[in-house]
Write a protein that binds this ligand. Structure first.
Ligand SMILES: NC(=O)c1ccc[n+]([C@@H]2O[C@H](COP(=O)([O-])OP(=O)(O)OC[C@H]3O[C@@H](n4cnc5c(N)ncnc54)[C@H](O)[C@@H]3O)[C@@H](O)[C@H]2O)c1
Length: 339
């Protein structure tokens, strides 16, 4: 592809994060055009297209994949459709950015990886925390040996409250498949080369105990033992009343790195009530730079026809394997060995 030719991207799924990714391509990236949007919900693609000056809206994925001059797609549909659409896009020869989770079973993860490989197209998965400056600097410090051998690793996701969603509309095991999957990727990425060997998860419905009987889970703690001896903890909760709280920590033989801050900025208010800070309330505000950096890198990969950097299909599979072990662990109330 000539160096100055913009990359033509199509968006599949015009919901909450798809709209934000569409806006990133249209407004925050150079050398990338959002040329078409597909969403089966009546009017959804056209409405987003109007906001972002994208003229072509489709209701079907196949139509979008046939859009003239399309180089790549961003898949931002609900999780259960990811693998099928990913394979379709690969077979159409398009480079792929897929939101997490890439798949819900290891068989589907393998299918997705194989399809991208067979088509020789770049495949990047949306683990955006890797692109956040603090997390990237934490990983760099680990790579430089500044904290020695990792011993204790921690990653947490507390979504902003109050929790207002209808538990009946949240697919079973979402806390592992869609929330903690970020933390599993983070823990693996902050512990380079180490393999998880045992997973133990506990989970409950503490915010909505009335939905517990239907299998809804809103709170979880996971411990993971790695083959390099390190022990990790991931935790999640759907209703942090004080904001969107994402943090990571690696404690090693030579020191510690911590990453993430719920405070919006260093602006601190001192007044009659004491000392206070505003906090992040939305992922798209907290991680705007990381979300933009991940798509900028994807655009570079599309241009080079090779994944430049970033979470791969295999990374997505590795995080999924932990999520599946968590589901088995909660179901059987026991630790699950991983091989
Ligand atoms: N990386 C992150 O930080 C992050 C944040 C939010 C969501 N996500 C992930 O992104 C995905 C979407 O989440 P969301 O919150 O935007 O969901 P959403 O429900 O707001 O949007 C999904 C959209 O996809 C559309 N859709 C459904 N089936 C489709 C199909 N076959 N083809 C095209 N479009 C289809 C729906 O009509 C809807 O507009 C989920 O997998 C979620 O886990 C990631």
């Amino acid at each position: 592809m000539p160096a100055n030719k913009p990359v033509n991207l199509g968006l599949i799924g015009a919901g909450r994060i798809g709209s934000f990714h569409g806006e990133t391509v249209s407004r925050r990236l150079v050398n990338a055009n959002l040329v078409a949007i597909a969403d089966p919900a009546p009017g959804a693609a056209a409405r987003l297209g109007e906001t972002l000056d994208v003229e072509t809206a489709y209701t079907g994925v196949a139509e979008l994949l046939s859009h003239p001059g399309l180089d790549a797609v961003i898949i931002a549909t609900p999780a259960r459709f990811h693998t099928k659409i990913l394979v379709q896009a690969a077979e159409a020869g398009k480079a792929i950015f897929c939101e997490k989770p890439m798949a819900l079973t290891l068989e589907d993860a393998d299918r997705a990886i194989a399809a991208a490989r067979a088509a020789n197209v770049p495949l990047q998965v949306g683990f955006n925390r890797r692109w956040d400056q603090a997390f990237a600097e934490g990983r760099a410090a680990i790579d430089e040996g500044k904290i020695g051998a990792p011993q204790l690793i921690r990653s947490l996701t507390r979504d902003p409250g109050p929790f207002g969603a209808d538990p009946d509309r949240i697919p079973l095991w979402t806390i592992f498949y869609e929330t903690l999957i970020h933390d599993f990727d983070t823990l693996l990425w902050l512990n380079p080369g180490a393999k998880p060997v045992e997973v133990h998860a506990m989970a409950d419905a503490l915010i909505r105990p009335d939905a517990r009987e239907k299998g809804f889970l809103d709170t979880a703690v996971v411990t993971i033992r790695f083959d390099n001896g390190s022990i990790a903890v991931a935790e999640a909760n759907f209703s942090a009343l004080y904001g969107y709280d994402i943090r990571g920590e690696v404690f090693g033989s030579g020191g510690m790195v911590t990453m993430g801050d719920v405070r919006r900025s260093s602006m601190t208010l001192f007044d009659g009530n004491g000392v206070s800070n505003d906090t992040w309330r939305r992922d798209t505000e907290h991680f705007v730079h990381g979300y933009t950096a991940q798509l900028a890198s994807f655009v570079r990969s599309v241009r080079n026809r090779e994944l430049t950097k970033g979470p791969t299909g295999t990374d997505a599979r590795n995080a999924l394997a932990i999520a599946l072990a968590c589901i088995a662990s909660v179901s059987k109330k026991q630790a699950i060995p991983l091989n």
